[in-house]
Design a protein around this ligand. Structure first.
Ligand SMILES: O=P(O)(O)OC[C@H]1O[C@H](OP(=O)(O)OP(=O)(O)O)[C@H](O)[C@@H]1O
Ligand SMILES: Nc1ncnc2[nH]cnc12
Length: 179
């Protein structure tokens, strides 16, 4: 493990049985409160944006906004929010996806993504991959290409990486930490 990975891991707090029994919640708020760790994370993700040739950064509500927005600024790219349904005022594309219990919908402003855009998706945690899969579908429906998915932490035992393989179609899935 690199020094940066050790720093990042040391700033993530495990909270047992949150938000429901049996879940080990990965709380990134200590990392956000540490400027050295937050800056290091931003720099690594911005490097991934540059290496993948991204033209835009998409962040997934809500924690993906916190991580993705500074990455976009650092990389000199525009930031596009993918929001939970009902929050964006303009014309949107909407994508439904399944959660462990029930379902949800996410949206993006249709005019924010265009053919020719190469999008790096940024989020904090990859769990089942349902949220990221829906985001990939949304971006592709907008006519843009996904050039990569970058997450702080991958919960490998939930199988998100395998689930996303077809949708990513060869684009890299970069997880800075694996659990
Ligand atoms: O891989 P999945 O099983 O889809 O889970 C991962 C998603 O779950 C969390 O977001 P959440 O929906 O809890 O929203 P939040 O960021 O607003 O807390 C996390 O930030 C990811 O976006
Ligand atoms: N265990 C977990 N910790 C933090 N965010 C999550 N999103 C989905 N599963 C999560």
């Amino acid at each position: 493990m690199t020094d940066i990975q050790e720093l990042l891991l040391s700033r993530i707090r495990d909270v047992a049985d949150y938000p429901e029994p049996g879940v080990m919640f990965k709380d990134i708020t200590p990392l956000l409160a540490d400027p050295a760790a937050f800056t290091a994370l931003t720099d690594v993700l911005a490097e991934i944006a540059a290496n993948t040739g991204a033209t835009k950064v998409v962040g997934l509500e809500a924690r993906g906004f916190i991580l993705g927005a500074p990455v976009a600024v650092r990389a000199g790219l525009g930031f596009i929010p993918v929001r939970k349904a009902g929050k964006l005022p303009g014309a949107t594309l909407r994508q439904a996806y399944d959660l462990e219990y029930g379902s949800a919908e996410i949206e993006v402003h249709a005019e924010d993504l265009t053919a020719g855009d190469r999008v790096l998706i940024v989020d904090d945690v990859l769990a089942t991959g349902g949220t990221a899969e829906a985001a990939i579908q949304l971006i592709q429906r907008a006519g843009a290409a996904v050039c990569g998915l970058a997450v702080l932490m991958e919960l490998g035992f939930l199988g998100g990486r395998n689930r996303l393989e077809p949708a990513l179609d060869g684009a890299p899935l970069e997880a800075l930490l694996q659990v």
